[in-house]
Design a protein around this ligand. Structure first.
Ligand SMILES: Nc1nc2c(ncn2[C@@H]2O[C@H](COP(=O)(O)OP(=O)(O)OP(=O)(O)O)[C@@H](O)[C@H]2O)c(=O)[nH]1
Ligand SMILES: [Mg+2]
Length: 509
């Protein structure tokens, strides 16, 4: 499927002339030397502004019958699913900002058709959950910085008032309200969903091969773990040493390893109020020691592992994820590819573990009133502004291949699925640079931690997971939010409106 052009391509940042050394220093071989052309202002900014709703491949016809409260309002719970640093907080902030200020949502049919009236923030449904600090995140972005990594769960409700599509509704001036509930959480917690399917023995078997590689930073703990007899007594001091060493390992040197993240209990990263509790005082033991007796260390660890899973199930999964209506799955493809494919298999396995926890499809009426399932999903390659738009087709093709199994299950269960390359916040504009008769689309933006803009070409995005031999040719640069985002204007994005149309467009008809 061809990728739609980025829908929001207006460039409102007056481009200062690019810094020469920046261009030379960051441009890959393909365009090295293009500096003079670029400085002379060759080329144009991003081409191809998309209008309207392009290429909605799938659709579930008719209005959604979801939870309709006593005021006749419809409520949808949107799950933003993504591992750590995939872009959840930035996406949620940008999405809320655009709903409140829809000038750049031309790809949302209700906006394009003039039926979108306005949106407001309303009190969230769960009083025991902190509110998503939209204003602080929006301020951070407007000030040219990124929000901090998320440390706790939070929630927000946006209520959208719109005119239904039907002729009579329009004639009678009928309006309806859609409540959209969104939750933000630390990405590390997501790997816990994969753990829910394992018992303690299976978990130890999954961890053990990872200990074969000696990690100098965790040598003492690794030696202690190998030497510990699972059939030994329930020694609390030993349990604490093992758990402490395990935690240091998963948050330390091994933190960037996707295989380690797959087995890492999420709350070990930032235990908060759970610090020191038995719930977090467990660690893997040798899985090949035979059937352990009743009062052994193994049984102690097993009991705590089960308690941890129970906690995750009730506090996180059941409370937040079991009743989702819509889902967007965010994958930081530029970041993943920049690691040259290291651990790509483990990454895919981890995300697949997570996706298996969700229920997709549509229950037939009247069960649809009580049984909630995810019936529309968007799979998004995030940070698409770090890749020139003439390579966005490659990004979506890559994502299709990477997550084929999960997408296929959702499609089989009759959910409407769409893949797109998305920038929740577009940090770059584009400029064509000519060299040796060929035109190269380059990115212009301000690198993180720097004051001036540069012109940059990241190289070629690999055609798919099987082409990671080419990954060395792709070197994305981390850009900061443009310094000109204040002033009450909508944030620049790419295809956020197309994602919204996929996720809630049918609920605004
Ligand atoms: N260029 C670009 N970078 C982005 C975008 N969204 C996120 N990023 C980058 O990715 C980083 C992580 O984004 P977050 O939204 O904080 O990611 P998260 O999934 O909430 O991460 P956790 O809270 O750690 O789970 C940001 O600090 C930015 O550096 C985007 O749309 N464009
Ligand atoms: Mg976050």
């Amino acid at each position: 499927m061809a990728t739609d052009p980025p829908s929001d391509t207006s460039d409102d940042t007056p481009p200062p002339s690019p810094r020469e050394e920046g261009l030379l220093g960051r441009t890959t071989d393909a365009v090295t030397g293009a500096l003079t052309d670029a400085a002379a202002g060759v080329g144009s900014l991003i081409g191809g502004v998309a209008g309207g709703v392009a290429g909605l491949a799938e659709g579930v016809a008719g209005r959604v019958v979801r939870s309709v409260d006593e005021l006749g309002e419809t409520t949808l719970r949107l799950g933003v699913t993504g591992l750590a640093r995939s872009g959840k907080t930035v996406f949620t902030t940008a999405l809320v900002d655009h709903l409140l200020r829809p000038d750049r949502l031309r790809g949302l049919a209700a906006v394009a058709e003039g039926r979108y009236r306005a949106a407001v923030l309303r009190p969230q449904p769960d009083d025991d959950t902190p509110r998503f600090d939209f204003e602080a995140h929006r301020d951070a972005i407007s000030a040219g910085t990124w929000p901090r990594p998320t440390r706790r769960l939070s929630q927000l409700r946006v209520s959208i008032r719109y005119t239904p599509k039907s002729f009579w509704a329009r004639q009678l001036g009928d309006t309806r309200t859609l409540n959209l509930d969104i939750v933000d959480y630390p990405g590390e917690w997501l790997s816990d969903l994969g753990l829910l399917a394992m018992d303690y023995a299976a978990w130890c078997r999954a961890v053990w091969p990872l200990l074969e590689a000696n990690d100098p930073a965790a040598a003492e703990w690794q030696a202690l773990t190998r030497a510990t007899d699972p059939a030994g007594p329930q020694d609390e001091a030993l349990a604490r040493r093992l758990a402490g060493g395990f935690r240091a390992w998963i948050v330390g040197a091994a933190a960037d390893d996707w295989a380690v993240r797959r087995i890492a209990p999420g709350r070990f990263h930032d235990p908060g109020d759970l610090a020191g509790s038995p719930l977090l005082t467990f660690a893997p033991l040798r899985p090949d020691a035979g059937e352990p007796g009743r009062e052994t260390l193994w049984r102690l660890m097993e009991r705590r592992f089960d308690s941890y899973k129970r906690y995750v199930h009730t506090q996180f999964f059941k409370a937040q994820f079991a009743r989702l209506d819509r889902q967007i799955v965010l994958v930081d493809l530029p970041g993943l590819v920049a690691q040259e494919g290291a651990g790509l298999g483990a990454f895919t396995a981890l995300l697949d573990d997570v996706l298996r926890c969700f229920r997709y499809g549509r229950a037939p009426w009247p069960w649809s009133l009580v049984s909630r399932r995810i019936d529309r999903v968007a799979f998004a390659a995030t940070k698409a502004d770090l890749v020139p738009s003439d390579q966005h087709d490659r990004m979506t093709g890559f994502l299709d291949a990477l997550l084929f199994a999960g997408m296929n299950r959702a499609r089989f269960d009759r959910a409407a699925v769409r893949t797109l390359a998305l920038a929740a916040l577009r940090t770059t504009s584009e400029q064509t640079v000519r060299r040796d008769g060929a035109a190269h689309l380059c990115l212009r933006g301000r690198p993180e931690g720097e004051a001036e803009e540069v012109l940059h070409h990241p190289g070629s995005f690999p055609a798919g997971p099987d082409h990671l031999g080419d990954a060395a040719q792709f070197r994305p640069l981390a850009f900061a939010p443009p310094a000109t985002l204040g002033g009450g204007r909508a944030l620049p994005h790419a295809r956020l409106d197309h994602a919204l149309e996929q996720l809630i467009g049918d609920a605004l008809t």
